[in-house]
Design a protein around this ligand. Sequence first.
Ligand code: PEP
Ligand code: MN
Length: 634
Amino acid sequence: MIVILKKGITQVEKDKVKSFLKEKGFIVKEIVGQEDTVLGAVGKASIDIRTVEVLPGVSSVVPISKPYKLASREMKKEDTIVSVGKVKIGGNRVVVMAGPCAVESYDQIMTIAESVRESGAVILRGGAFKPRTSPYSFQGLGEEGLKLLRKAGDAFDMPITTEVVSPRDVEMMAGYIDMFQIGARNMQNFELLKEVGKTGMPVLLKRGLAATIEEWLMAAEYLMASGTDQVVLCERGIRTYEKATRNTLDCSAIPVVQKLTHLPVIGDPSHATGIRDMVAPMSLALIAAGASGIIVEVHNCPECALSDGPQSLYPSQFDKLVHDIQALCPVVGKSLERVPRAAEAKKADDNADASSAMTVAFQGVRGAFSELAAKRSFDDNIELLPCHTFADTFDAVSSGKAKYAVVPIENTLGGTIYDTLDLLAMHPEITVVGEALIRVVHNLISLPDAQLSDIKKVYTHPQGLAQCRKFLSEELPDVEAVPFFDTAGAVEYVAEKKDKSIAAIAGEPAAAYYGMKILRENIETDASNFTRFYVIAREENAAVYRSEGKQDKATLSFSVSNEPGSLASALSVFSENNVNMTKLESRPIPGKPWEYLFFVECGLPEESVFEKFVDEMKEKTVSFRLLGTYTSAR
Ligand code: PEP
Ligand code: MN
């Protein structure tokens, strides 16, 4: 049952409710949600819920309808975020776990770990105890394998996960690993589940070969009832009559499970398909279906692998896959989880200015798309600083009021945001350290009790009006469209006016922030509506952010003399050094009529080539500035 507590409950009252339930034989978990604090009470005991309802401090009691209780969404509405070392799984993140099927040798695991980490994996996998169909197949290196996996995880700063097959190994394994993996064959090994659950450690729970979703969630319940709340579910294909693939990947299980449980769910396309060439498309399908990540088998020499070679990706295939996943993330409103390598993070921290904690500025009011971009670009524990104008946002970074800011640079429909380029030119102390991509999904947002037929006026930014013209003309032809300075600002305005006849067009975060209702979602005419943002910082704070990924892109500006061929000669430096230019803009230089500053985005070649390129650019231009190097958002 779920015991919903009154807002003003005292600690003494809460303790009394807890001990009452425990005395009756329940396991009691306190869950602090955004709206309510509840006590989840589960167990074999049965009780008349009215005896709980009358206790001081109790608001109401709701029975849980599902057989799994602690794992159910009824118990906890918010997504659970599972922490494995520094890696967080769940919410808006996409986590990539990779490694070989089995740890085979020191060289093998070190080589693979280095390569998958470089490509973007943040958790290392590798079996040490292998549940093989044949007793004559390689069974894994056992404890020796765990030691090697730990070494590789530490060397490349990745938490490690590996399969546990026997309750007697649990204690020993807990000393080496960061997350237990329960394999498909053991999903209903209840003694194993209880023993692993008792450790309180994170667990990756594979779906059994022939398990229904309910049986799978009951297995999660065993883990949770035994003492861990850190469970990640993993769909890895089920046994069907189809023989073309090793198993049948049940992609639809992802959205089904997400409705039923608050636990994160990832997918394993390697064991689902058993075929290397199918791993990438099925990985993308899993992410598109809403999975919080994937676990993939990668081998430096799949032909020599001691197990599951045919389904193991070559490192280059894995590298491409991570890039493709990164490109897909904004479509599903997520971002790829990145974790800086410890050594780099420390170096960066030493350089950082500790006085201005982690304040991130953005232009607009709370709930703006820029706020979403800020949240996607940083960890959860940042302080947000809404600024009135773009200039204020730059000033906040410049003065140290904010360590970082997130500013839009380009929209796929509206084009370049020139304010941002002009402000970059005016602020030589500011540098670009990162890039974020947000999908712009517009919604018609009203007061909670309004209906579509009530709406007479719609407020939003002129771009929002332009981007939703089709919806407005077809579904609300008589409604007056009123331009407003900001999309989220329009939601704030409607909320303040408390007028059922007005609505706003904005993103979902704005509706949530101001407690408003989404009357219609996805009302934008063109679904390929993305905004790209720069993360900016003062030079001395740049290293902390840059350390989080492989830098592959640069933004620079230059001006050339007013004579024939000067621009062509500067641009030839790009082609001569094989540097790929992806964007070119020109802006007037203030105080110099008819003279222009050119802005370029380009790929970042290896260091020696880039140094030569910069030297040559300086020679061929009147002014040259490197505005920043960063990891592309693709
Ligand atoms: C594995 O991950 O190596 C494995 C054996 O997976 P599953 O339990 O899903 O078959
Ligand atoms: Mn395997």
